[in-house]
Design a protein around this ligand. Structure first.
Ligand code: V0V
Length: 140
């Protein structure tokens, strides 16, 4: 069903400070950075060595952001676990058949033009699981 760990998402208060920490302490390089208004985040993808996995640093754009709500409730730290898939439409159909609640009826736009959806954490052992179908020729 899933082909790779695409990224692990970490909620941070200040994106620039977090990028600097990952660069100077872990020697990671930033592969991509963008603002996603619909998701309420400013985000940076930090490459983990030569693998195609990333750490996604997520800062809230404002107090209504899901990331702001997460930080208020749980503090900064791991917010989500994202698996890469080949066909998000097929995977969502399969997961629905298996009784899991997806957050969106149709995939939405994620990092670098990817298509994304989420499994509700209440149906996934307390883990917010994201599904990512990379854009053709995208960053993954
Ligand atoms: C909430 N809960 C979580 C959680 N967020 N559990 C584990 N991990 C999380 N991240 C639990 C929370 O403790 C509550 O449990 C319950 O779910 C309801 O939470 P809530 O605080 O009332 O929050 P809601 O229901 O308003 O929102 C939760 C959901 C929301 C998951 C629905 O965060 C959401 O829509 N997330 C998907 C979008 C997202 O995260 N976007 C930011 C990343 P109790 O207390 O009832 O037991 S954007 C991104 O990843 C991009 C662009 C990308 O990768 O491409």
């Amino acid at each position: 069903l899933f082909t790779h760990i695409d990224h692990v998402g970490i909620a941070v208060r200040d994106l620039d400070e977090a990028i600097e920490f990952y660069e100077t302490r872990y020697g990671m390089t930033m592969a991509h950075r963008e603002v996603n208004e619909e998701q309420g985040v400013a985000e940076a993808m930090m490459a983990v060595g030569d693998s195609t996995s990333h750490i996604q640093l997520l800062a809230p754009l404002d107090e209504h952001s899901t990331i702001a709500k997460f930080i208020d409730k749980s503090g900064v730290g791991i917010q989500q676990m994202a698996y890469r898939v080949e066909s998000i439409d097929d995977v969502c159909a399969t997961l629905k058949e298996r009784g899991l609640r997806l957050l969106y009826p149709e995939p939405r736009r994620g990092t670098a033009g990817s298509r994304i959806n989420f499994i509700h954490p209440k149906d996934a052992g307390g883990v917010l699981v994201e599904l990512v179908e990379p854009a053709p020729g995208g960053m993954h």
